[in-house]
Design a protein around this ligand. Sequence first.
Ligand code: UD1
Length: 376
Amino acid sequence: MARRKIACVVGTRPDAIKTAPVVLELRRHPDVETLLLATGQHREMLAQALGAFGLTPDRDLDIMQHGQSLAQVTERSLSGLDELFAEIQPDLVLAQGDTTTTFVAGLAAFYRKVPFGHIEAGLRTDTIWNPFPEEFNRRAVGLFAALHFAPTPWAAENLRREGVADETLFVTGNTGIDAVLDVARRGTEVWFPDESRRILLLTTHRRENWGEPQKAIAEAARDVLETVPDTILVVPMHRNPQVREVLEQVLGDHPRVSLIEPPDYPSFATLLARSDLILTDSGGIQEEAPAFGKPVLVLRTTTERPEGIETGNARLVGTDRDVIRNQAVWLLTDPKAYAAMAQARNPYGDGRAAPRIRYEALRLLGVASPEEVAWA
Ligand code: UD1
């Protein structure tokens, strides 16, 4: 039998982080050729994230342009991937999550009738508009995926309710937990702030938060610094110019604020572990923080990750300046409230999602041997 081909498609930083463990697992199989294809939706942030796992794309469409619209990202990735799929003839396409790259990878596979495996399937909010456009992206690929890899039982239940057949649905854990544990285990020499004060870590980049909500978030963070003097604020800034402008305006001149370039992934994991309180609108950080026992205030009005809220590690606080400030100040000044949120738990996975995904992918291709069994 000819070597089977799996194309793993990535475009953004989270795609890279959450797909890398799967690529590394698949590449251990001699009868399967695993290709890593990049749309290049992100440039520096993608290369940096893949680099942490020693990966470089086999092919890169390099579509990133500053200020491009969602339609432009979609259009250029779609025609590029279609050509690549025609040339490579993959037997299976894999992509993770809810980015435009993921949606397009699925659509290109659908048009060519190549089976598509969706990593991190089944996350849902109750409105298609939030997160925008991610809720649409993940629902859309769920319509035709041949394999749905749900990170949690809750995500699997969402898919079941939508009529996804049990034999195509697998609860694997989130590959992001594989990634963060892997990086933490390797204990790479990394940067972290030389600091004895408490560290507040802020990240914000979501489209729904652009403009006024993001300004309110930044102002709230500044208020917290003013109210709780033994704190500093570290803000890794997304490369999106829209996001940076607001952060620089509101926080740029404060002596206890470090606005930093996006750290590489191992450094970010260390920073997370070293922080005392996380304020974020990122999905991946909501998943990673409980693994380090770090309280998270989620700067959004909805979340598709209710598990961390149920375990008590996260709170959904929205984007109102006063609410964010009050919640953060309360946690930083009430040790009991803080301790209740700071328990290390792992509702999102056990670090073995990638071997489970590998097993099901190989089974679909008819090359899984009994020794492949990964469902430990
Ligand atoms: C994208 C994803 C979002 C994910 C986020 C993680 C979509 C629609 N959005 O949002 O789901 O949470 O990535 O980061 O798929 N830029 C650079 N260099 C980079 C990356 C970005 O300069 O390495 C700048 C460019 O000007 C680019 C802009 O940031 O146009 C925005 O990037 P884009 O991919 O459109 O959206 P994100 O906000 O990053």
